[in-house]
Design a protein around this ligand. Structure first.
Ligand code: T1G
Length: 707
């Protein structure tokens, strides 16, 4: 028996325990250990049933994703679990699978090959494979419809979303919820069923429905996917595999599933999504901050500014159970802020996201105030006022005087220097940037901005706090725009240039939505408000190099008061429901402006539009990496997936450039450099890696994200 799987006995019940921390993945040795245990049980006449259970915090969370790289090199092979699952299912002695934590992917597939499944109420089951760009590869699409019915199987395998134990019980995926100790409950259940004939899941066809019903389910699901998961391969394949379960004998259905699984596993989409899975976990590893550093307790907080951002941040803290004082300078602004928060909670309750009582409890955790009275004892203050340096420095001077030693003083600034803000205090080691993305209570990304003096304790505490807040915290350095916005500038600059050079506004956005973005760069500007970028451009106009071409059309739209959705028109015009449509008036204005500017006009291909916008991101990302303002290329990817709508199945801008190949990317950047001047100067790192035949993924970790 491998030390990953133990076999013990309690009277006549065998207990197979998997111990492969942290999540009991089906790493090499685990399937072998289970198989050996089943053999031993078969040959032990004293055993009349078996319980299969996970040690530690969870049942099997799936195949070992780290093994996929091996599976996609050399001869294509599947997850290789099918023979084990048949052995479990063919066991003459019933196997009761006891589930706690998560039975995901291969974990649920193992569980479904058992004769019965019991679970604690807090357990979850699921087939999340589509989130990795694949489908279940061990008969999950064949057994799940047999237990839960076709519609439920389609929903679970195309969304990849987990199902709670109660829902799994109702659907027929599990047989019993154990309220007491899971192992004891599972053993008691095993004693109850040991002598009864146990059915094999693969032989249960009663829930496979009939052709007419199923055809409607599959058609509706395919239609939904065409809209909601446009261009994604795996969800469609999952439906095809489940459809095979309703039309083919089990063995054939499994072969059909295997073919689709291998096809998905070898796709770029799957490689990108697996990159995202590991990158999301990599972001919290800061090379020069010890993993076991002592964290600063954060049990109370205060937010300054009850505007859109401040109010959203206060909600994020309250939702995490942290009481928060929300300060404004005048009662009317405070009342407006509270009213917005209240309506957000009421809407969430209406939509069933929270119970009314829960929404009320969260709202009550936010204490409005016009003074600093409550600030003396808070553990964390987040400033979220107007983007002006003078005002921020004045506030931080006050905080320095009022807040207790060791309190974390954070700014939600989206572009201003954390070091300069910290210089207004006597405690720069306690000052950090916590850049939330609007709406703060919805967007997952949180850029944690490290100042030169920010202490490692404060960094580690804020990285840990981001998880508590349900955010994905990414540590970035203190350059202008940090990482996300610094790259977003060139991205939107190119979009504007392309319109000025003759591309239509819808064509520019369509090139990027066809690439996979939910929204194109121009429509995104209309959503955020064109005046936001306009104000920043005006503030930094003095830094622009004379004689270097800058876009002008968007500034002219702003001068006309066309800020986007909030003014009914920007690049597009908007109806009362904020539905966008092309605006002939803007087309005429742009035509006039470019004629006045003498900008040569030409037909521009969708490919050039996409390359100009995407490689502007990549080129700037390469500069950020080389300058040390991001720790890893994959951190930049995570920022773009979670803050800017970059399509996850493309892996992020830097990963995408690696899949294209940096030699090709560099050649294209050099083309643009020749045609459009020095804004397209290839980043030295891009050039170096391309010349060395390397990728951004090869680029080492920076010692620290600070400079
Ligand atoms: N394989 C390898 N490592 C895994 C893993 C997995 N399946 N799941 C988690 N880890 C690592 C993770 O990288 C991290 O490592 C540590 O465990 C803790 O994870 C055959 C083919 C289970 C809900 O997709 O959803 O089965 O950073 O931080 O927040 O048909 O992990 O510490 O070094 O996420 O408590 C299907 C993926 C696989 C489940 C726990 N299964 N995992 O969340 O911890 S495909 C999945 C999760 C498959 C079959 C197919 C979550 C979790 P490190 P964590 P957590």
């Amino acid at each position: 028996m491998s030390d990953l799987v133990q076999l013990t006995k309690q009277n006549n019940i065998a207990i197979i325990t998997i111990n492969n921390p942290p999540v009991n993945a089906l790493s090499p040795g685990v399937p072998e250990g289970i198989s050996e245990a089943i053999d031993q049980i078969a040959n032990d006449p004293s055993v009349k049933a078996a319980v299969l259970i996970g040690g530690g915090r969870t049942f099997i969370a799936g195949a070992d994703i780290k093994e996929f790289g091996k599976m996609t090199t050399g001869k294509p092979r599947g997850a290789g679990l099918l023979p084990l699952l048949l052995k479990i299912e063919d066991s003459a002695k019933p196997v009761i699978v006891a589930i706690h934590g998560t039975a995901f992917g291969g974990g649920l597939e193992v569980a479904m090959s058992g004769h019965y499944r019991v679970a604690v109420a807090g357990a979850q089951v699921g087939q999340p494979e589509v989130k990795l760009g694949i489908i279940p590869g061990a008969a999950g699409t064949q057994r799940l419809p047999r237990l839960a019915g076709v519609a439920k199987a389609v929903e679970m395998c195309t969304t990849g979303n987990p199902v709670k134990a109660n829902d799994a019980l109702k659907s027929g995926i599990i047989d019993k919820i154990i309220d007491s100790d899971l192992l004891a409950g599972a053993i008691a259940f095993a004693n109850e069923v040991a002598a009864k004939p146990a059915s094999k899941t693969r032989e249960r066809n009663d829930k496979l429905g009939n052709a007419a019903e199923n055809a409607a389910v599959f058609a509706a699901a395919r239609e939904t996917l065409a809209k909601k998961q446009r261009g994604l391969k795996a969800p469609q394949a999952a439906i095809d595999a489940i459809e095979a379960a309703t039309k083919m004998p089990f063995e054939e259905g499994c072969q059909f599933e295997q073919k689709l699984f291998i096809d998905c596993l070898f796709s770029d989409q799957s490689k990108s999504l697996i990159h995202v899975f590991f990158s999301e976990r990599e972001v919290s590893k800061i090379p020069d901050v010890p993993k076991d550093i002592k964290l600063i307790p954060v049990n109370s907080a205060a937010v300054i500014g009850a505007g859109t951002m401040g109010g959203g941040i206060a909600m994020v803290l309250a939702n995490a159970g942290i009481p928060v004082s929300l300060k404004e300078t005048d009662q009317a602004a405070l009342d407006r802020g509270l009213a917005t928060i209240k309506s957000n909670y009421d809407n969430s309750a209406k939509r069933g996201r929270f119970t009314p009582a829960d929404a009320e409890a969260r709202f009550k955790r936010i204490k409005p105030t016009l003074s600093y009275d409550d600030f003396a004892d808070v553990d964390l203050v987040i400033e979220a006022v107007f983007e002006g340096m003078a005002l921020k420095k004045e506030i931080f001077k006050d905080l320095d005087r009022i807040c207790k030693p060791g309190a974390i003083l954070a700014s939600n600034t989206s572009t201003l220097s954390i070091d300069e803000i910290a210089s207004a205090t006597t405690r720069p080691e306690s000052v950090i940037g916590t850049h939330f993305f609007s709406p703060a209570n919805v967007m997952r990304l949180l850029e944690i901005v490290r100042g030169k003096a920010t202490s490692k304790e404060v960094i580690a505490t804020c990285m840990n706090l981001s998880k508590t807040l349900g955010k994905i915290g990414v540590l970035v350095g203190n350059c202008r725009g940090f990482v996300g916005n610094r790259m977003f500038g060139p991205y939107r600059r190119e979009a504007q240039f392309l319109v000025e050079e003759g591309a239509s506004i819808p064509a520019v956005d369509k090139a990027l939505t066809d690439f996979g973005f939910a929204m194109g760069p121009l429509a995104t500007g209309d959503l955020a408000g064109l005046d936001v970028g306009w104000r920043i451009r005006k503030e930094y106009r003095h830094l622009e190099k004379p004689g270097v071409r800058q876009p002008f059309a968007e500034d002219k739209l702003c001068e006309l008061g066309r800020f986007g959705q909030k003014t009914g028109g920007g690049w597009y015009k908007y109806d009362e429901n904020r539905k966008a449509s092309p605006d002939p008036e803007v087309d005429a204005l742009v035509k006039k402006w470019v004629a006045e500017a003498g900008t040569p006009q030409r037909q521009i291909s969708a490919e050039e539009i996409a390359d100009r916008c995407l490689y502007a991101l990549v080129n700037e990302g390469a500069r950020i990496l080389e300058e040390g303002f991001a720790l890893r290329a994959s951190d930049i990817d995570i920022i773009y997936l979670n803050g800017y709508g970059f399509p996850a199945h493309r892996g992020g801008p830097m990963w995408y450039a690696d899949t294209v190949g940096l030699k090709k990317v560099l050649a294209r950047v050099e083309e643009f450099h020749k045609a459009h001047g020095e804004l397209w100067e290839p980043a030295p790192l891009l050039k170096r890696l391309a010349d060395q035949g390397k990728s951004f993924a090869d680029f080492g970790k920076q010692e620290s994200a600070a400079r």
